[in-house]
Write a protein that binds this ligand. Structure first.
Ligand code: NDP
Length: 305
């Protein structure tokens, strides 16, 4: 039976280790502070932000939500960010993506001070990642590295294949695995033989945003499979195909109107891998834990977890 890599358990461990550090900061004068900028009314973003604020409240981190309207301009957002950069009670700033379409997201992300960059997206911090120097790291790949480390999954000398090359998941993931001495292959939509590349993976990370795309012919038996994808499937025939007619999943579809699935076929992954992250309950919980970790480390001024 493959080992299920339990993201919720690792998240709880990470948060429990942060509690005394938050307390020490509170005892020294004030709690760590995280500002979240949520522009407009994207339903998914509102849920993510609520969960992030809940995690802050649970840990005793001060959090503040700023909600500029959907009509906000780039200039107005830059003013908001500059105000947050100057505030001494705010250690971390997070700009929830996606921003309204009239806004220049790159300019806004780059306006966040590198010293308050809770998401690790600022070019200075990306540079530190490339050079393997301490700095806030992108939360999802950092969480995956914590999961692998805490489950004692060997990385050094193994072949890791990352499917996806986005700035927030694929690229930082590949760099972190390389720094941990894996031999890394990065695949994307122009990769010539995706199943063949994936089959060479001892550690396969799927971060493409394509529901259950990675099937049995992509998975080397015994591989460790990390499924980053978070996709909502709404068509009955897709739910039937992906879960082979599982009545429980069809009932979820009836009740909620959609079923969450990763980028990897869940049944093939459970059958063939030696260890895997389920969706939900795998990678998702770790992302928020690492955001908390980045915020606390920023408040400690450069002590990276
Ligand atoms: P992006 O859309 O930014 O990037 C997707 C990447 O996958 C691109 O590099 C793209 O290639 C590649 N890709 C897409 N289709 C194919 C294909 N058919 N074959 C090969 N490569 C392909 O997505 P993100 O990186 O932001 O997110 C990826 C997934 O992870 C999504 O499902 C997202 O919801 C999820 N996610 C989950 C998080 C969590 O906490 N669990 C956090 C962040 C994301 P190309 O560059 O050539 O276009």
């Amino acid at each position: 039976m493959p080992n299920v890599l339990d993201g919720q358990r690792i998240r709880d461990q990470i948060l429990d280790e942060l509690r005394p550090r938050v307390q020490a900061l509170r005892d020294a004068g004030r709690p760590p502070g995280l500002a979240v900028v949520l522009a407009g009314h994207d339903a998914g973003s509102e849920i993510y932000v609520r969960n992030k604020q809940k995690a802050c409240a649970d840990l005793g981190i001060y959090s503040e939500k700023l909600t500029p309207p959907a009509t906000v301009t780039t200039g107005e957002l830059l003013t908001v960010i500059e105000g947050l950069n100057r505030r001494s009670d705010i250690d971390g700033i997070l700009v929830q993506m996606p921003l309204p379409k009239q806004v220049d997201s790159r300019l806004v992300l780059e306006a966040v001070s590198a010293e308050k960059d809770a998401d690790g997206f600022h070019p200075t911090n990306v540079g530190h990642l490339v050079a393997n120097r301490p700095a806030p790291r992108a939360c999802t790949p950092a969480g995956i590295m914590e999961l692998l480390r805490r489950y004692e999954i060997p990385i050094s000398g193994r072949h890791a294949v990352v499917v996806g090359r986005s700035d927030i998941v694929g690229k930082p993931m590949a760099l972190l695995l390389m720094h941990a001495n894996a031999t890394v292959t990065v695949c994307h939509s122009k990769t010539a033989d995706l199943p063949g590349e994936c089959r060479r993976a001892d550690i396969l990370v799927a971060a493409m945003g394509r529901p259950a795309f990675v099937t049995r012919d992509f998975i080397q038996p015994g591989a460790v499979v990390i499924d980053v994808g978070m996709n909502r499937v709404t068509r009955r025939e897709d739910v039937e195909r992906i879960w082979r007619g599982d009545p429980a999943k069809l009932a979820t579809l009836e009740k909620k109107g959609s079923v969450l699935v990763g980028d990897v076929d869940p049944l093939d992954m459970a059958e063939l891998s030696s260890a895997y992250t389920p969706v939900p309950g795998g990678v998702g919980p770790l992302t928020i834990a690492m955001l908390m970790s980045n915020t606390v480390a920023l408040a400690e001024r450069g002590k990276w977890a």
